[in-house]
Design a binder for this molecule. Structure first.
Ligand SMILES: N[C@@H](CCC(=O)N[C@@H](CS)C(=O)NCC(=O)O)C(=O)O
Length: 265
């Protein structure tokens, strides 16, 4: 996956050669990251388009009536909602398989990421939005971390998928990558001694190649969420800026030919 300056390619723009699908994403979006993790783990060459969610074009709502990323464009169709998009990618690109083969194991994987999605994520955002170490909200998130820790304990494996990283791990991970950001904003921290399995899982996840590929600069992450909290998010954060040579006009007044002013080299 390669990206440069943000360029909002509509679905009508053909995929750049060598790419098999397009993903509409946003750099700090944990939901879009779910799909990007699957793409990275499977080595799918994807055209990554980062959408400035402050300036969504009308056609984006034709792709997803909720106006949210991620949207995956593939084979003349498109899929939205991160869990549905990730499952679609798993089915459309079966190699390497990331989901368990046995139905019961797979159902358990779903139970893990379903819990995190239903309970953990809302608790995460409630605390983040509070913006300080509110005891009740801190406790609510901690209880959900405990549930995740207990899942691993009962499973007796290092990953939610089992002995290796798999589908459920990628569905849960993005919010754990954001825990240092949450600590910056609210002082929330997972105590290693109390929740050693989840702490160990975080350590192992950081070693995964797809996790490293899909990761975002932690400083910019905190910067982004501070703005997000105040209701003024910058969705272009982390974009590489166009290669414009800045004009330095100080002390040049009267010395420059005005026709040269707009020249960019
Ligand atoms: N339930 C959706 C949630 C996706 C979502 O909330 N994405 C956010 C960015 S992280 C978004 O696109 N928000 C639209 C906006 O802020 O205008 C999913 O799982 O894909």
């Amino acid at each position: 996956m390669s990206e440069s300056v943000d360029e909002l390619r509509s679905p009508n723009v053909p995929l750049p050669s060598g790419n098999v699908l397009r993903i509409y994403s946003m750099r700090t979006c944990p939901y879009a990251q779910r799909a990007r993790l699957i793409i990275a783990a499977k080595g799918i060459s994807a055209d990554l388009v980062n959408v400035d969610l402050n300036k969504k074009p009308d056609w984006f709502f034709d792709l997803n009536p909720y106006g949210e990323v991620p949207v995956v464009l593939h084979n003349g169709g498109h899929v939205y909602e991160s869990l549905i998009a990730a499952e679609y990618l798993e089915e459309a690109f079966p190699d390497p398989p990331l989901f368990a083969k046995e139905a019961l194991v797979r159902a358990n994987e779903r139970i893990y990421f379903n819990h995190w999605t239903k309970k953990g994520i809302p608790a995460f955002y409630s605390l983040l939005k509070a913006g300080y170490n509110d005891p009740e909200l801190t406790q609510r998130l901690m209880q959900n971390v405990e549930v995740m820790d207990n899942f691993l304990k009962t499973l007796g494996k290092p990953f939610f998928h089992g002995d290796t990283v798999g589908f459920s791990d990628y569905m849960i991970w993005p919010w754990f990558e954001r825990m240092p950001m949450l600590k910056d904003v609210t002082e929330f921290e997972i105590p290693r001694d109390k929740y050693p399995r989840i702490a160990g899982w975080v350590d192992l996840m950081w070693k995964d190649e797809a996790v490293q590929k899909a990761a975002f600069d932690p400083k910019l992450m905190t910067e982004h969420y501070i703005k997000y909290r105040t209701g003024r998010p910058d969705f272009t954060i982390g974009a590489k800026k166009p290669n414009v040579v800045e004009e330095r006009l100080e002390n040049l007044d009267g010395l420059r030919d005005p026709t040269t002013r707009d020249r960019q080299t």
